[in-house]
Design a protein around this ligand. Structure first.
Ligand SMILES: Nc1nc2c(ncn2[C@@H]2O[C@H](COP(=O)(O)OP(=O)(O)OP(=O)(O)O)[C@@H](O)[C@H]2O)c(=O)[nH]1
Ligand SMILES: [Mg+2]
Length: 279
């Protein structure tokens, strides 16, 4: 099956990169190259949206090439792990580890999982390559920086930040590969469902989102936590919520009307950055 990918555009640095291939390559060439080059692959998922942030196509490519895969559920500081474990069957995603790059939690366990795989592979005479893949904005570069204990992989709140493959030295024997976030075009769901899902993960951040009002209207239906967060009663009607919140924040345009776009983007930003509980 030919898999086509799309990706957003951000700039990334390449500080301390041992070897870089910074020029853009079309997907899936880049994904295939990462999988081909890597002995072990870490798929970084958003702990709040584990199923939604999985790249099934990439997982299949990895499985078919008989490479090891480790699942990292990042941004665990934003998720209620007990609820996540009740909601999702994690058995098929072993080995996995909940990580918070922000709080530097789960890193020791991840290091152990990498070491177990490295010693099982028993590669001699060359470095072991560990590729890090995942949707844009899941925290791949942040994870690498925490693993390395220094800011080497460039990260940013803006999705699509990393471009090209960046190779960094994890230990004398292990190289870690930072890659740009990838959205498979073969994602399931309607265009609208895909768009909402990507908005949740933050593939396109609030400042760049198209139609933030539509996204917010869907999020408000799904997450009562949004109303609670702003302490506004709106009966899950986003128009009412935006109107009341805009007025509260004094987000006004000419004629004293509410700046609907600005208010919707604020809600989306608070949601994407985890200030609002997503479960
Ligand atoms: N709360 C929280 N935020 C995180 C965590 N890890 C990363 N982030 C934030 O998520 C955003 C994206 O981080 P990056 O490391 O640039 O993500 P990436 O997957 O490399 O993104 P691309 O290169 O665009 O694919 C940044 O604002 C990070 O600060 C975490 O564990 N918790
Ligand atoms: Mg990155």
């Amino acid at each position: 099956m030919r898999v086509r990918y799309s990706f957003s555009s951000r700039k990334t640095g390449r500080a301390r990169a041992e070897k870089t291939c910074q020029h853009r390559k079309p997907f899936p060439k880049l994904v295939l190259e990462v999988i081909k080059t890597s002995d072990i692959i870490i798929e970084v998922l958003d702990a709040r949206f584990i199923e939604e942030s999985r790249n099934i196509e990439s997982e299949e490519l990895i499985k078919n090439s008989e490479k090891k895969i480790i699942f990292v559920f990042n941004k665990a500081d934003l998720a209620d792990i007990t609820k996540v474990m009740q909601k999702i069957e994690l058995h098929s995603l072993k080995p996995y580890v909940f990580v918070s790059c922000k709080r530097r939690e789960g890193i020791g366990k991840l290091r152990k999982l990498i070491k177990i795989d490295v010693s099982r592979l028993g590669i001699k005479g060359r470095k072991v390559n560990v590729g890090v893949i995942g949707y844009p904005n899941t925290g791949k570069s942040s994870l690498i920086n925490v693993l390395l204990g220094r800011a080497s992989a460039r990260k940013a709140a803006e999705a699509g930040f990393t471009k090209g493959i960046q190779k960094l030295k994890l230990t004398d024997d292990i190289l870690i590969l930072d890659t740009p976030g990838v959205i498979p075009e073969e994602e399931t769901g309607t265009e609208k469902e895909k768009y909402i899902k990507q908005a949740k993960i933050g593939v396109r951040t609030a400042d760049r989102a198209k139609d933030p009002e539509m996204i917010v209207s869907e999020l408000v239906k799904e997450y009562p936590s949004i109303e609670k967060f702003y302490n506004i009663e709106s009966n899950r009607d986003s128009e009412v919520l935006i109107e009341k919140l805009g007025r509260k924040r004094n987000f006004l345009i000419k004629g004293g009307k509410i700046d609907v776009d600005r208010t919707a983007r604020l809600i989306l930003k608070d949601f994407q950055e985890g200030r609002i509980e997503a479960i």
